[in-house]
Ligand binder design. Sequence first.
Ligand code: GLU
Length: 548
Amino acid sequence: MDYDKLAELLFPSITKTPADIEAAFPKRMLPEGARVTRLGPSPTGFIHLGNLYGAFVDERLAHQSGGLFYLRIEDTDDKRYVEGAVDTVIDSLQYFGIHFDEGAGKDGETGNYGPYYQSRRGAIYQVFVKDLVRRGLAYPSFLSQEEITALRAAQEAAKEMPGIYGKYAKERGYSYEDIEQRLQKGMPFVIRLASSGSPDHPAQITVEDGIRGTLTMPENFQDVVILKTTGIPTYHFAHAVDDHLMGTTHVVRGEEWLSSLPIHVELFQKLGFPLPVYCHTSVLMKVDENGSKRKLSKRKDPELSLDYYKELGYHPRAVKEYLLTILNSDYEEWRIANPDTPWEDFPFTMEKMSSSGTLFDLDKLNDVSKDVLVKIPAASLADFLRTWAAAYRPELSDVLADEKLVKILDLGRDGKKPRKDLVCASQMFEFIKYFYDEYFVVEDAMPEETKGDEKKILEAYLASYDHSDDQSAWFEKIRGIATDLGYAAKPKDFKKHPEDYKGHVGHVSTVIRIALMGRSQSPDIWAIQQIMGEEQVRRRIETAAASL
Ligand code: GLU
């Protein structure tokens, strides 16, 4: 077979050679050791937590080494295109502080290695496909879907591996004339790789995975499709050509790609490209209601979607901080030792990543979030809460516009042991909503110990209330009310001699708390009253007393 002639027959309009293309994609001029990574999403616009997790690895590898991180849209499967998907990807990652240095963008593309949409790179791929045909390493295949299905059924019945390989790769033996005839009939064709792997005795190949270390697996022997009937390549082929030409040094992708790694190794070999460092991240797992560990699922677990965090109002810094704790096993330790250091200073390495399923735990995220939020100034938290409300709870925008919001969010956060009870915007609002009359509800019951005395307590409180009292003067008055009504002025006195008292000062102040906040737990009452203002305090106490 004259492969040159065959290549011309199949790709008459492709006149460039691989060398021409290589010349148009020169080696990147980057410092020694700089890593080039990319995110290659399909344009469905759905970016989930697993993608974000992977994107963090990309981002760290690139930016920690003085390299770069680019966005390439893998849109070879046109059925999956969703309008606005690129903007969604960029915005979603931007929200969590991840930016691309190059590639597909909101206003077109940036960088010298484009186009960054695979659908626009058809001619480039075909140059390489044509070259493989010319070298006898790829061939046209005219099998119809029915023929492939029938073959698969026969192979399954004979308990053989399905696919086109070895004796099933009959079309490898077609003559030039056989092929020409079919083309003349207008038969659609794909291009398959002529694998040199052995179906009977596949050799073992080894690959050094950036995360998993040395991987040993059987070589590929399938004549996989590299170019579809549409002239568009498959993922296998497109990523090989692109990652080579675009200078990707590290391919970070999910472990679901591990099984096709042998195909990729063979493709890189046949194309004459050096293999990038593959880094297969592990899937995110959770412990479910039954206590068993399982993969996070799009269908069952809303927390897999990034929108979940946006809707609940998790601060992006908190999500980022949490992802770092699950990305690298020693991040938490580092964070404790370096509480105020920017996260970018953490020496991230792939060796410290898990390769056997990363456990994602919402409770842990909440804990991390509390630690992160306590360090964010109240004014900035207030802005965050308002921005969140504008997007997800617009009906709250008016009440949150009030300037007292900053003071409310700052309650109890000064001093040595600041309160760490803010988790996310939706919870923050629930936590502080008693300040706003529209949202004030009485949630808790009065304590047992004060039964029958509530009205008296509140009336005495109102009578003695002086908004200008400082905290200790204010508390002395509560003690006075407590003792007048037969309650211990100190909890420890009550504990020692419970028979002498109805309860203690804490029970008395709980009555006040419930009248003011509707809750038995809250930050410091005096501080809250100072934010509420005298009018609101008196009104709440009066209303509660009147309702008893
Ligand atoms: N387009 C592939 C996907 O959406 C990307 C895999 C890769 O990063 O190589 O899963």
